[in-house]
Design a protein around this ligand. Structure first.
Ligand SMILES: [Zn+2]
Length: 138
């Protein structure tokens, strides 16, 4: 099996596995239990891996790239009749989600204090065209 993507969130790795399976590829998630056992160790090992058989690598990498770029989300929003998220500064539709630093720090604090992992949401948006950043409405 060849690794085509790595994530810090097991849930995101499983979403990508389901995406690959829905496209007819066989895919597995490796090392997802490291996260629950030891989050810092999981990060050191490179996170949770999504793997596919050698013959599916090219198709899987294209799907992972489309997922990472937000292309699949924009297609879904278009199908559902929702307006795609646009930059409030320049109006471009190429937008990247980011986890705010405050949410990352809170996740680290919760882990240190309670040894519990904490899901962080990517509520910051960054325009791929002009670099403008803003907070997405919940
Ligand atoms: Zn912009």
């Amino acid at each position: 099996m060849i690794t085509v993507a790595r994530y810090f969130e097991p849930s995101e790795a499983h979403i990508v596995r389901a995406l690959l399976e829905s496209a007819g590829l066989s895919a597995t998630v490796a090392d997802d239990h490291h996260v629950t056992a030891n989050y810092p160790l999981s990060t050191a090992l490179g996170g949770v891996r999504v793997q596919v058989p050698h013959e599916s690598v090219e198709e899987a990498r294209e799907l992972v790239a489309a997922y990472a770029s937000g292309e699949l989300q924009r297609e879904l929003e278009a199908q559902l009749g929702e307006a795609p998220e646009a930059c409030p500064e320049c109006g471009a539709h190429g937008v990247t989600g980011q986890v705010p630093v405050s949410a990352k720090l809170l996740a680290v604090a919760v882990f240190v204090l309670g040894s519990a992992t904490f899901p962080s949401r990517d509520t910051l948006r960054k325009c791929d065209s002009c670099g403008h950043t803003w907070s997405a409405a919940e």
